[in-house]
Ligand binder design. Structure first.
Ligand code: ADP
Length: 282
């Protein structure tokens, strides 16, 4: 392994991305739970790709946005889905005013511009899209554009590939190839511990300590439910949404039904169970 040296702040301005924009003077708030920011920074400086694991709504995207801001590089976020093809990542020829012109996809742009390409929910992507990332994960950090006459691009300094997925949803069929995984640095996130999640809720929504405590206790109770039949539990994101609704003047009950119970299930029995639970914490 030949480490590459990347330095924070090489590019001073964080510029736009494909589906999210990170800009402004202040880095998006990210409260570390463990050593994830150190591991992330060390991997970026070494040019190593990252495998970010964790349940939906636990802070994966926020961590990436925070780090991108720290590094001062552009971010290209791609929400992967099962119809996504390699062309969606790499680029394609488009008709522009009667002419065909090659337009780089987000992965190609990140490689050329030295940005972070964040593939969110990568296990949703089709195998041909995944294949496109293989050569970028090894030490050559190269991207081959077959459709552009076999152009071989070497990643510019600053480039990093970050892929995220929810291990709870992982299907064996859609799993990443072991050889690709082994070339990546894993960061495993869970929901933040109560004390940190409480701070996040207060910072993000501005609710009072007491209201935050109630939401945190409710969140913990939902996460403790075994075999309730829920596909997801109350994530940090849903707790923040409930807090935001409360800040708009809604009661704890209305806000938590709207932001937590409703989104978590369509099953009337389960929903009833959740409503009784949240009534106990209001
Ligand atoms: P994921 O990408 O894992 O689905 P997000 O990164 O979108 O989840 O997190 C959802 C929300 O939770 C974020 O918008 C942010 O407000 C908040 N959040 C989660 N973890 C943290 C953290 N450690 N520090 C600050 N905010 C956090």
């Amino acid at each position: 392994w030949r480490p590459i040296e990347q330095k924070e702040g090489v590019v001073t301005e964080a510029i736009s991305s494909v589906s999210s924009t990170v800009g402004g003077a202040e880095a998006p708030l990210y409260l570390p739970v463990g050593d994830e920011t150190e591991v992330f920074a060390a991997a970026w400086r070494s040019g190593l790709p990252i495998l970010l694991k964790g349940p939906t709504g636990c802070g994966k995207t926020r961590l990436v946005e925070h780090m991108v801001h720290r590094f001062g590089v552009p971010l290209f976020t791609v929400s992967c889905h099962e119809d996504m093809t390699a062309s969606d990542l790499l680029g394609r020829y488009l008709l522009v005013g009667g002419d065909t012109r090659w337009v780089d996809g987000p992965l190609t742009r990140a490689v050329r511009e030295g940005g972070i390409c964040y593939l969110d929910e990568v296990v949703e992507a089709r195998q041909d899209a995944i294949v496109a990332i293989h050569s970028l994960t090894d030490h050559r950090r190269q991207l081959s554009l077959e459709r552009l006459g076999g152009t071989l691009l070497s990643a510019a300094p600053g480039f990093q590939l970050v892929v995220s997925y929810n291990p709870g949803y992982q299907s064996v069929l859609k799993d990443l190839k072991a050889s690709t995984r082994q070339r990546m640095v894993a960061i495993e996130l869970g929901f933040p511990p109560a004390e940190i999640e409480r701070k996040i809720l207060i910072e993000e929504s501005g609710i009072s300590d007491v209201e935050a405590d109630n939401l945190i206790r409710l969140g913990q109770a939902i996460r403790r439910l075994d075999d309730a039949g829920l596909c997801e539990v109350a994530s940090t994101r849903t707790l923040i949404a409930a807090a935001a609704l409360m800040q708009q003047g809604l009661s704890f009950r209305t806000a938590t039904i709207a932001a937590i119970a409703g989104p978590l299930t369509d099953d009337p029995g389960l929903r009833g169970g959740l409503v009784s639970l949240l009534d106990a914490y209001s």
